[in-house]
Write a protein that binds this ligand. Structure first.
Ligand code: 4AD
Ligand code: MG
Length: 480
């Protein structure tokens, strides 16, 4: 007897059509009373209940229905008598696709710590939490492409291997095929990269922005969505060495247009998730409420997840200049009481995450767009303001996250940009092509970068960025 084609559990649970033969395949989440299998295939958070006729089922087969075992069930889809589900499968035939020995299996059907699951990143997608995160991550990816597609942006694939350091922070991973034991050297004894694969020094990109600008200066509105790499030795809950970045770039946009775009974009993708990830976000919301209950009062989330997401999607962000923010910080209680690790005494200091979080969480109590930063603490490509001290930069700060977006209006004036490149000690031969665009039909233009994992962290309410990317890369860690 041949079985009908496999149907996804998500579809079976929604099915209005009962009393028909179906096949479902998945992994056992629970087997109760020698009768009820909770089967999950990852198509949804929810399990389908498969009811086994244990009296007519081989005892050995029943014993193999352990947590994590892969099975195929075949039978009638019927309206469920029990609570908690509208349909269930009355199993007439059962097949074990893959055994899972409970004595060896690292996952257990109980609460496991995030640290433990990180060490088992090859298996953690099978947990409810990671299933939900991965589905939300996918929905956000789609929402981002949809947002830009709907508005006439073109997706540009910027290169992953580059010869330039877009952010000028020198935090790059080298790409080379030279023999590390015995590299060719120049007369001065330095490694001779002219003999390397590309005939020059190359690295993994820290940003696709410079190439996105080239695209925007032809197609007007473009965006990138690609992996970026930063060798910063930051062991924090907000940093990855490999992360994904979305970088829209728009010709003719000034800084205000740029802020408008970024704010609308963030709200729209959050709304998309609220609308399309109802079950997963409810699960993550409940999970966060439970986790918070275990924590001391001052470490709890000030707003439960779903309320926070709605709040951000529905309220205007504060827009505050750097100068104003420094005044607020200087006069703030934690600064006066010397509670900040980095005190804010004078204009020009770089803001630390403690300052950003104070502004967002304590002072303005909503997302904040900071703009017009001192030129000295920002990248070379940002447009110089008339005061010649500040640049048209903007950072968007989110509660619990800190900086989620960094962007700017770009310096479109050839002479000014060339001077900046010299002042920042950037070798002109690494960016001659970038400078060229300012010689041939230059226009004002702006863009920003959204750290995708910071967005996913925010939307899922997870406490650590390592838990929102399938296989995190961080210092001392590239297993899996
Ligand atoms: O502020 P950043 O460095 O800006 C740029 O790279 C610009 N080229 C963007 C642009 O204007 N097109 O990085 C942008 C965002 C940050 O706001 C943050 O969300 C994220 O990228 N980010 C990281 N996310 C995870 N791990 C890291 N190590 C990150 N570094 C930056
Ligand atoms: Mg930044």
């Amino acid at each position: 007897m041949s079985s009908p084609k496999r149907e996804k559990i998500a579809d079976l649970l929604k099915s209005q059509e009962v009393n028909r033969e179906v096949t479902a395949k998945g992994w056992v989440r629970a087997f109760r009373s020698n009768r009820f299998i909770a089967l999950n295939d990852g198509s949804t958070l929810h399990n389908v209940q498969a009811v086994v006729d244990y009296e007519n089922t081989d005892e050995d087969l029943l014993k193999r229905l352990t947590y994590g075992a892969a099975v195929s069930v075949f039978g009638q889809l019927v309206a469920s008598q029990g609570k908690g589900q509208s349909v269930e499968i009355q199993v007439s035939r059962l097949e074990i696709l893959g055994d899972c020995n409970p004595d060896d299996y690292p996952l257990q059907p109980k609460r496991q710590t995030m640290e433990f699951l990180r060490e088992n990143a090859h298996l953690r997608p099978r947990t409810n939490t990671f299933g939900a995160i991965l589905r939300v991550r996918h929905a956000l990816t789609f929402a981002i492409h949809k947002y830009f597609t709907d508005r006439g942006f073109y997706n540009i694939h910027s290169p992953i291997i580059t010869g330039s350091d877009a952010e000028g922070a020198g935090e790059m991973f080298r790409v080379t095929t030279l023999d590390p034991q015995n590299p060719p050297t120049t007369e001065t004894g330095a490694v001779d990269y002219s003999q390397d694969f590309f005939g020059k020094e190359t690295n993994l990109t820290v940003s696709g922005q410079l190439e996105a600008e080239l695209g925007a200066l032809a197609l007007s509105q473009v965006y990138t969505f690609g992996p970026t790499f930063r060798a910063e030795n930051s062991n924090t809950s907000r940093h990855l060495a490999e992360f994904w970045m979305i970088e829209p770039e728009v010709a003719f946009n000034d800084l205000t247009d740029n802020m408008d775009l970024a704010e609308d974009f963030l709200k729209e993708v959050i709304r998309y998730a609220l609308e399309h990830c109802v079950d997963d976000l409810q699960f993550l919301h409940d999970r966060q409420v439970q986790e918070d209950a275990r924590k001391p009062q001052n470490e709890r989330n000030p707003m439960p997840l779903l309320d926070k997401l709605k709040f951000v999607a529905e309220n205007e962000f504060a827009r505050v200049s750097y100068t104003e923010a420094v005044e607020v910080l200087r006069n703030s209680k934690p600064n006066k009481k010397k509670k900040f690790q980095y005190p804010v005494n004078e204009w020009g200091v770089d803001l630390q995450s403690e300052h950003e979080r104070f502004l967002v969480e304590k002072h303005y109590k909503k997302p904040v767009i900071l703009f017009d930063y001192p030129a000295k603490i920002k990248a070379f490509y940002m447009r110089l303001n008339e005061d010649e001290k500040t640049v048209r930069a903007m950072d968007i700060l989110f509660p619990g996250i800190g900086e989620i977006v960094g962007g700017s209006q770009r310096e479109e004036r050839y002479e000014v940009l060339r001077q900046k490149i010299q002042d920042f000690d950037i070798p002109e031969e690494s960016v001659w092509w970038y400078l060229d665009t300012r010689k041939f039909g230059t226009v004002p233009h702006s863009g920003f970068g959204l750290g995708f994992e910071r967005l996913v962290t925010f939307v899922t309410g997870m406490g650590n960025i390592r838990d929102v990317i399938p296989f995190p890369r961080t210092p001392q860690n590239a297993e899996f």
